[in-house]
Write a new protein. Structure first.
Length: 173
């Protein structure tokens, strides 16, 4: 921890997300937007506590009016020089809409990631991702680092999207 360019924390979260899909009655909240670059414990514990409480109210007690979890990547499609990423857990769409999204990277077949531009495609759960340096993208990453900083991808309830990657490469350049 402490090196924002490393991906150790992202790999741990990825393993937790995989476990979430196989363990019944389990849940997870995003905390990437309340973290600190140099301390593994999020300083905004009230936000973490509120999200966990809302998750319990939703999953355990069936009270679905409480926002509890953030957008999760469910699908990616590639079209020409863009990737179109679809996210779940955004019932009313994604926010901020017109703001430039940060934290995206994109790679071609050479497995070299470049910072990418991204925008929400209308009033949907889709994000278009591209870079002038990648003519034919084959992989996308979002916030897939120990620390990203400014988190801009959220659902309209204000909950941050979970970090993700569409590749499984261990030999990234």
């Amino acid at each position: 921890y402490g090196n924002s360019r490393n991906i150790n924390s992202a790999l741990l979260q990825e393993a937790q997300m995989k476990a979430l899909q196989t363990i019944p009655n389990s849940g997870m909240i995003p905390t990437i937007d309340v973290g600190d670059e140099f301390c593994i414990h999020p300083p905004q514990k009230n936000v973490v506590g509120l999200r966990l409480a809302n998750l319990a109210l939703t999953k355990t007690y069936g009270l679905h009016k409480f926002p509890s979890t953030g957008p999760m990547m469910t699908k990616v499609e590639y079209s020409k020089n863009k990737a179109i990423v679809t996210l779940d857990n955004a019932p009313s769409g994604l926010a901020p809409g017109s703001c430039e999204l940060e934290g995206f990277e994109i790679a071609g077949a050479d497995k070299k990631f470049y910072p990418a531009k991204a925008r929400i495609a209308g009033r949907t759960r889709n994000v278009e991702v591209w870079s002038d340096q990648v003519a034919q993208p084959v992989a996308v990453r979002y916030a897939f680092r120990n620390y990203v900083g400014n988190i801009t991808l959220r659902n309209t309830l204000g909950i941050a999207a979970f970090p993700f990657r569409t590749d499984t490469w261990d030999d990234v350049k």
